[in-house]
Ligand binder design. Structure first.
Ligand code: NAD
Length: 494
């Protein structure tokens, strides 16, 4: 049951941290308050850097710079094709600095370097490039109205956008919001998560190098409630908030913007079901369910944390999944053969361990993992629980860690009903060789994304977002772009 341990070593000094200040109006500054906060390497628990902590005064300065950029700066006068060209250049620079950004991401977040190089940084570049392509394709319509009138629509930038993101895919989450916001011609104030500010700041330097004008992109590391996040949400000069994080934070943001009527889009949590039918390719389904939960140590909004498996293949599925989990290479995330790094911080580590205890207490059978790994760093072994029942806490709550519950079902109707019996509806998957069944089940799952015989396939062109408590609106694809525009109708008397 104990996984192979490759204890972390210190990476201090191995990765240059070039930028720790706030990006406001095209230059890097200390916080007005002079305050800083420490960002920690989750694999060693050592301080990586002290980062400037933005507060309300900095937010106000950034909002004024963003407003000025929108109203009379070069951004306001720039034609759409040039805007797209700048974003393409920024994407190229991110790619050209891939190795540095990946190492910085690993240091700050703890994810394995293979994941940072294989997904996080390339997908950030790909997302910005995809939206760069949209910049000169934002079109209105002509509308045949009654009477002697000519009516057309324009799609205009929504304005100053406050972009608030979490720590699990730091640069990718920044790109998911900045790509469409800047392509649409908005100005942005990005607040990275307090745990992971470093790659956004470095990418901010690269944006300036690409020629993004002052005030268009402001980056304000800091805290949420009581800090920069709350100040962005409450600032009257911000037109839209795009938030990714916990649903409880989204509820606060919704309440705080009720009077100002700011535009809101939310990408929130999940408890995604992975339904494995008896006719599935069992090895492929085990492999898929494994990646679905353990990618990024389970710190994934669409993590497949509930595996519903048909009773006829249940025992073999559990055995194979547990065997793979026990073999996962845990260790120093900067080693290229490491598959599993630490959780983000002490609080997440403790929360996950509490859920593992609850799983045991409520009668689930621990088939793999369940323990801390090593003495330093926030490592939790990949954990598989069998004989999980729907009402157990590990089956209802988003754990946001490497813990999967395997549940048994008899037929499709039952699996769909139980899969949908969740406050969340972000994603889900179906494993079967029967395409008719796959389509029928996909149509009945209440989730924003359904994967068939695959998992975690996310593309900049395909909309991504949640039903129910998993969010409002969509990121990626044309839908994301539209969420950063306002439609204006112009009617002319002929
Ligand atoms: P969180 O809500 O605590 O924090 C997210 C961000 O919001 C951080 O930048 C934080 O500083 C800020 N924040 C916190 N309180 C705030 C407030 N009162 N006002 C303004 N800003 C505030 O979430 P977390 O624990 O950092 O992230 C994990 C959550 O994110 C999980 O629920 C996960 O499922 C979700 N997530 C969703 C997606 C998606 O695309 N649906 C992607 C990644 C993560």
């Amino acid at each position: 049951m104990t996984a192979a341990v490759n204890l972390p070593k210190s990476h201090k000094g191995a990765v240059p941290v070039r930028q720790t200040k706030l990006l406001i109006d095209g230059a890097f500054h200390d916080a007005a308050s002079g305050r800083t906060f420490a960002t920690i390497d989750p694999s060693t628990e050592e301080v990586i850097a002290e980062v400037a902590e933005a507060g309300p005064e900095d937010v106000d300065r950034a909002v004024r710079a963003a407003r000025a950029a929108l109203e009379d700066g070069p951004w306001a006068r720039m034609d759409a094709r040039e805007r797209g060209r700048l974003l393409m250049k920024w994407a190229d620079l991110i790619e050209a600095n891939m190795e540095e950004l990946a190492r910085l991401e690993v240091l700050d977040n703890g994810k394995p370097i293979a994941e940072a190089l294989g997904y996080d940084i390339p997908s950030a570049a790909a997302t910005i490039r995809y939206f760069a392509g949209w910049a000169d394709k934002i079109e209105g319509r002509t509308i045949p109205v009654s009477g002697p009138f000519f009516t057309y629509t324009r799609r205009e930038p929504v304005g100053v956008c406050g972009l608030i993101i979490p720590w699990n895919f730091p640069l990718a989450m920044a790109a998911w919001k900045l790509g469409p916001a800047l392509a649409a011609g908005c100005a942005a104030i990005l607040k990275p998560a307090e745990q992971t500010p470093l790659t956004a700041l470095r990418a901010g330097e690269l944006a300036l190098e690409a020629g993004v004008p002052p005030g268009v992109l402001n980056i304000l590391p800091g805290f949420g409630g009581g800090g920069a996040g709350e100040a962005i949400v409450k600032h009257p000069g911000v037109d839209k908030i795009a938030f990714t994080g916990e649903y409880r934070t989204a509820q606060i943001i919704k309440r705080e913007t009720a009077d100002s009527m700011k535009r809101l889009t939310f990408e929130l949590g999940g408890k995604s079901p992975n339904i494995v039918f008896e006719d599935a390719d069992l090895d492929a389904a085990v492999e898929g369910a494994f990646g679905a939960i353990f990618l990024n140590q389970g710190q994934n909004c669409c993590a497949g944390s509930r595996a519903f498996v048909h009773e006829k293949i249940y025992d073999r599925f559990v055995e194979k999944l547990a065997e793979k989990a026990a073999k996962r290479r845990i260790g120093d995330p900067l080693n290229s053969d490491t598959e599993h790094g630490p959780q983000i911080d002490q609080a997440q580590f403790e929360k996950i361990m509490r859920y593992i205890d609850l799983g045991r207490e409520q009668g689930a059978r621990l088939a793999a993992g369940g323990e801390r790994v090593g003495e330093k760093g926030f490592y939790v072994a990949p954990t598989v629980f069998a004989e999980v029942r729907d009402e157990m806490a590990i089956a209802t709550d988003e754990i946001f860690g490497p813990v999967v519950g395997v549940l048994k079902f008899k037929d499709a109707d039952e699996a769909i009903r139980r899969a949908n019996d969740s406050m969340f509806g972000l994603a889900g998957a179906v494993w079967t060789r029967d395409l008719d069944k796959a389509n029928a089940v996909s149509a009945r799952l209440r989730a924003g994304t359904v994967w068939v015989n695959c998992y975690n396939i996310v593309d900049p062109a395909a909309p991504f977002g949640g039903f129910k408590m998993s969010g409002v609106g969509r990121e990626l694809g044309e839908e994301a772009l539209n969420a950063y525009t306002e439609t204006k109708t112009v009617t002319i008397r002929n």
